[in-house]
Design a protein around this ligand. Structure first.
Ligand code: UDP
Length: 421
């Protein structure tokens, strides 16, 4: 097998030891010991985009951290034509509760692209982790030599029943299904586990920035800073409710002067993003800025400089942007949906809202009360430190890998049946 050449250490990877000042030396040692037991274990992650959206963000950090601890963790991305991504976006929407008209043609496109990818993607790993619905049917095309895990990141509080019954036979071929929250549990024969996502505090999105770096980055986009900033940073997606954010801002602005900045990007596997972006652009005015860019330093700078960060989602498997902003001590207002309900403790580490009117009220309240903002931000940072750093996510995966009973005998027999304890 070909492996990267050993090079002089021009670049360094963030390692579990780098987290010790944040999580404590004992926790870091415990995680490293668990990793040591799985040294040279070969894992592959498969999803449908290298860029845009939380899954890509998670995988870029987690795969490197796992490798830094000796677990050979890879990442493959499936290829698909636009019609494939149009079908899978409809599926994504339907998993979050939208209607779907699942025609034979759509199913054929979905299944055919999975087959084509399986022909190209050669897998000889000790574990295969498949993310979200796009690559789900891949499993049908392999003679399995290792456990396969389906990791679904979307908000499964109310999946569309007809889509769920179509996908269920695929899911039940897997050895385990992993969802972000226990409340997303489904009626499945496959064992289900629950792992919440997490953030990398050392990434470009989250690393410390000086005041001058923040100023410089915000000025680069001509964002006015004469008034307090209210910010939402999200893929352009209807579930993130950008229109609701604009309405809430307009109501709030009758009482407190401020500027709204909506920053977003469009993931390569999301064909609806451009349309959502264009519809929001129509609302642009002097105090409403809409930017479509991929600039992680800008995301970081805005989350640090904002007086209020909004994430007014209607459905949200788990909002990384919420946790990122909380890590920076921001005062965050989140929609009372999916994972956000568990990320924010209402009134302690941020606010949860159910409507445009409530969001507007909270914006006004926060902009008028600097002490409250600081107090929420302090609790927010601490709650992320305790629950949502990348090392906790890595440990959860190490535990899951270790929970496959025959983990050390995987290569012994191709007839092995894997059971997750
Ligand atoms: N993000 C970004 N630029 C943007 C919008 C989002 O870099 O313009 C990043 C954001 O910082 C976060 C991820 O994309 O890391 C979005 O993850 P989240 O879980 O919030 O939402 P998803 O897009 O997965 O629904």
């Amino acid at each position: 097998m070909d492996v990267p050449l050993e090079e002089p250490p021009k670049f360094t990877l963030t390692s579990v030891a780098d987290y010790a000042p944040l999580i404590g030396g004992e926790a870091a040692d415990r995680i490293l010991m668990k990793a040591e037991r799985l040294r040279d274990f070969h894992v592959v992650n498969i999803n449908s985009t290298y860029y845009g959206g939380g899954v890509a963000e998670l995988l870029s950090s987690l795969t490197l951290l796992m490798n830094s601890a000796g677990i050979r963790t890879g990442w493959r991305v499936i290829q698909g034509r636009p019609d494939f991504f149009s079908v899978t976006k409809k599926m994504h929407n339907a998993l979050q509760g939208a209607e779907i008209y699942l025609t034979d043609q759509k199913m054929r496109i979905y299944e055919e692209v999975a087959y084509e990818n399986a022909v190209r993607v050669h897998l000889d790993h000790d574990m295969v982790i498949v993310h979200d619905p796009q690559p789900l049917p891949l499993i049908c095309h392999y003679k399995r030599k290792a456990p396969w895990v389906w990791r679904c990141h979307v908000d499964l509080s109310a999946p569309n029943p007809s889509l769920w019954s179509y996908l269920k036979p695929y899911i039940e071929r897997y050895d385990a299904a992993v969802f972000s929250l226990p409340e997303y549990a489904q009626n499945l024969t496959t064992p289900q586990r629950f792992i919440a996502p997490a953030i990398n505090p050392f990434s470009t999105t989250n690393m410390e920035l000086s005041e001058s770096e923040i100023d410089e980055r915000i000025a680069r986009y001509n964002i006015p800073t004469d008034l307090p900033l209210v910010v939402q940073i999200s893929r352009f997606d209807k579930w993130k409710d950008p229109q609701g954010v604009i309405e809430a801002f307009r109501i709030a602005r009758k009482q407190v002067d401020c500027t709204l900045v909506l920053v977003g990007n469009v993931a390569t596997d999301d064909p609806e993003g451009q349309e959502v972006f264009e519809s929001i652009c129509q609302c642009e005015e002097e105090r409403i800025r809409v930017l479509s860019v991929q600039d992680s330093v800008l995301v970081n700078a805005l989350q640090r400089r904002a007086a209020v960060v909004l994430q007014k989602s209607i459905r949200e498997g788990f909002g990384l942007t919420v946790t990122e902003a909380m890590w920076k001590g921001a005062a965050v207002i989140g929609g009372r949906a999916g994972g956000i309900k568990h990320q924010i403790e209402d009134g302690v580490s941020g606010f949860l809202v159910d409507s445009v009117e409530q969001a507007a009220e909270r914006i006004v309240q926060l902009l008028s009360d600097e002490k409250l903002r600081a107090s929420l931000g302090k609790h927010a940072h601490e709650s992320v430190r305790q629950r949502f750093l990348m090392t906790r996510l890595m440990e959860d995966w190490l535990d899951l890998i270790g929970a496959f009973e025959t983990v050390f005998k995987l290569k012994a027999s191709s007839d092995t049946v894997w059971e997750v304890r």
